[in-house]
Design a protein around this ligand. Structure first.
Ligand code: COA
Length: 260
C-alpha cells in the first residue's frame, strides 16, 4: 500500500514507522490513523519483522496530537465514534500487538501523540521531548486511552494533575515519572532504540509475544493475569523455541530460535 502520511521502512528485522506530516507537527488525522493501522497490519504478518520502532519526522515533533482541524465541528456521536474507532484500529491494536513496539519520542508528544506512545510497549525520549495531554484546554478529555494508560504508567495523582492542568512535562520529568524508560540526545534516539531492539531480537519472539499478552493481562479487569501467565507458560513448553533455547543453554552455545 502507498502511504501519504507515514514512512515505512524495514531493515534487519526492524520496521520503522515514521509519522510524516512535519508541517502539522505530525498531527494525527483520520487518514494517518488508517495508514498506521495498515502499516502495523503489514508488520504483524511479515515474518521478517520482529520489532517496530515508531517515531515522528523532523526534529520538532513526535506527534502534536489528534488533528484539531478535523474534529472542530463534530457532534457528540461523531466524537464518540472517532474515539471508538481510534481505540479499535490503532491504540488497542498497538498495545496488544504481538511484536514489541518501541516509541522513540523525538519532540512534542501531545494528546493523541502521547496516547500512541503510551499504547506502545515502552518509550524512549530525546532530551528535547515534551509530553502532555492538553485536551481539557480544548474542552475535551483524552479520547485515545490517555485517561487509562497515563494513570497506569505514572500513577493516579500525577495523571490527574497532568490532565487537569493540560501542562507539558519535559523528558527528564517523564523519566522521573516512569513515563519513559530512557532519555537520549536527539541525534542518538533511533540508534538507542535499535540497540534495545537488537537485544530483544536475540530472544525467542514466540516467548516475547506470550510475555506481552501476560503483562497486558494485568491491566484488563475482566481477566486474571496470573491465569493468563500460567496458560502462556505452559504453552511455551510446546514451542520449538523452547526446545532450542534449553538445548542451546545445556550445550553451552548461542540459541538460534526458529520463531515457532
Ligand atoms: N492539530 C492540527 N494542527 C496542528 C496540531 C494539531 N494537534 N498541532 C500543531 N498543528 C499545526 C499548527 O496549526 C500549525 O499549522 P499552520 O502552520 O498551518 O498554522 C503547525 O502545526 C505548526 O504548529 P505551531 O502551533 O505553529 O507550532 P508552535 O511551535 O508554535 O507550537 C505546539 C507547538 C505543539 C505547542 C502547538 O502546535 C500546539 O499547542 N498544538 C496543539 C497541541 C494539542 O492541543 N494537542 C491535542 C489535540 S487533542
Amino acid at each position: 500500500m502507498e502511504f501519504e502520511n507515514i514512512i515505512v521502512e524495514a531493515e534487519e528485522g526492524i520496521q520503522y514507522i515514521t509519522i510524516n506530516r512535519p508541517s502539522k507537527l505530525n498531527a494525527l488525522n483520520k487518514a494517518t490513523i488508517k495508514e498506521l493501522h495498515e502499516a502495523f497490519k503489514d508488520a504483524e504478518t511479515d515474518k521478517e519483522i520482529k520489532v517496530v520502532i515508531i517515531s515522528g519526522s523532523g526534529e520538532k515533533a513526535f506527534i502534536a496530537g489528534a488533528d484539531i482541524s478535523e474534529f472542530a465541528d463534530f457532534s457528540t456521536e461523531e466524537g464518540r465514534q472517532l474515539s471508538a474507532e481510534g481505540h479499535d484500529i490503532l491504540f488497542d491494536y498497538v498495545e496488544n500487538f504481538p511484536k514489541p513496539v518501541i516509541a522513540a519520542i523525538n519532540g512534542f508528544a501531545l494528546g493523541g501523540g502521547l496516547e500512541l506512545a503510551m499504547a506502545a510497549h515502552f518509550r524512549i525520549a530525546s532530551e528535547n521531548a515534551k509530553m502532555g495531554l492538553p485536551e481539557v484546554s480544548l474542552g475535551l478529555i483524552p479520547g485515545y486511552g490517555g485517561t487509562q494508560r497515563l494513570s497506569q504508567l505514572v500513577g493516579k495523582g500525577r495523571a490527574m494533575e497532568m490532565i487537569m492542568t493540560a501542562g507539558m512535562i519535559d523528558a527528564n520529568q517523564a523519566l522521573q515519572y516512569n513515563l519513559v524508560n530512557h532519555v537520549t540526545p536527539q541525534e542518538e534516539l533511533i540508534e538507542f532504540a535499535e540497540k534495545i531492539a537488537e537485544k530483544i531480537m536475540n530472544n525467542s519472539m514466540v516467548a516475547i509475544s506470550a510475555a506481552i499478552k501476560a503483562i497486558n493481562a494485568n491491566f484488563e479487569k475482566s481477566v486474571d493475569g496470573f491465569e493468563i501467565e500460567i496458560k502462556e507458560f505452559g504453552k511455551a513448553f510446546g514451542t520449538e523455541d523452547f526446545k532450542e533455547g534449553t538445548s542451546a543453554f545445556l550445550n553451552k552455545r548461542k540459541a538460534d530460535f526458529p520463531g515457532k
